[in-house]
Design a protein around this ligand. Structure first.
Ligand code: AMP
Length: 281
């Protein structure tokens, strides 16, 4: 496994690999790897001759400096996991290498002011910047993203379409803990007591899906979700029903195949997100 901190050295290595191998898969991450990331690496390993994993805690996508400071970092364990997945190349740049003094804003009208965009101003501009940089640097044939960050997937698909990146985006389902909690690097920051309460996000989603399919009104479901969250000391930020395609917010299920529930809540010091399709593929 080759590890690079500099763009030029990485690109020289990839040029060599590309002359003898046909396809390159990229898995962008912020490290503190878990089974969710591993599912992306496994998919990439199956579909490509060369896989590149980036580990970079991207400062421009954090609107909360404390969240950035406390974001879990475990580079040595991450490199061990990547070796065991037969990852070919790891790219772990620092901020100077990725940004220098240059920073631009990228807007996603209609998408970056709802859900995560509403509660994390500037978040998707930061995500789009770093992903665009990684696409330019690595020039992957395929790039892998998890549905855990569903809105991020929609944003990246729009970025690729709008800026004509020659990459195909592959999305993978959410990997969960046995009790249903969506795996997340941030889960490491939950105290044992908060970890128990954190299951409330998935509970709300599964309850809401059943209730909506039974034709209960969205507002009564919202009330019940608010109540469940407060009983678990979770500070609800949003609970929404939306179309999977453009993420237009809805009050009822128009087409079950294209409907998704999304939730964000603060549990103890940790902000968690999750989502559930009304009808899985
Ligand atoms: P992160 O390191 O949190 O930025 O995540 C890197 C990639 O892994 C993103 O595409 C995430 O959506 C994906 N990911 C994170 N958690 C999960 C999960 N529980 N299941 C599937 N994919 C995930």
């Amino acid at each position: 496994m080759h590890i690079f901190r500099e763009i030029k050295a990485l690109q020289a290595h990839l040029r060599l690999l590309r002359s003898t191998h046909s396809s390159v898969g990229l898995v962008p991450t912020m490290g503190a790897l878990h089974e969710g990331h591993i599912s992306l690496l496994k998919a990439a390993r199956k579909q490509n001759n060369v896989i590149v994993c980036s580990i970079y805690v991207n400062p421009t996508q954090f609107n909360n400096p404390d969240d950035l400071k406390k974001y879990p970092r475990s580079i040595d364990a991450d490199l061990d996991s990547l070796r065991s997945q037969n990852c070919d190349v790891v790219f772990c740049p620092d901020d100077a290498e990725m940004y220098g003094d240059a920073d631009v804003g990228i807007a996603f009208p209609g998408l970056d002011n709802i859900l995560e965009g509403e509660f994390r101003p500037g978040h998707f501009s930061g995500v789009a910047q770093v992903v665009a940089k990684l696409f330019h640097i690595v020039e992957p044939d395929h790039a892998y993203f998890g549905e855990k960050d569903f809105q991020q997937v929609v944003v990246i698909q729009r970025l690729v379409e709008a800026l004509k990146f020659p990459v195909s985006i592959v999305t993978m389902p959410i990997v969960r803990e046995p009790d249903g909690l969506a795996m997340s690097s941030r889960n490491r920051r939950l105290s044992p007591a908060d970890r128990k309460q954190a299951i409330v996000l998935y509970d709300c989603l599964t309850y809401a899906r059943e209730a909506l399919v039974r034709h209960e009104s969205f507002s009564s479901v919202q009330d019940a979700v608010r109540k469940k969250c407060s009983e678990h000391n979770a500070k609800l930020e949003y609970f929404c029903l939306a179309d999977t395609r453009g993420l237009n917010l809805r009050n009822e299920i128009a087409d079950p195949k294209n409907a998704i529930l999304l939730i964000a809540a603060q549990v103890g010091p940790v902000r968690l997100i999750d989502n559930l399709r009304i009808q899985p593929d």
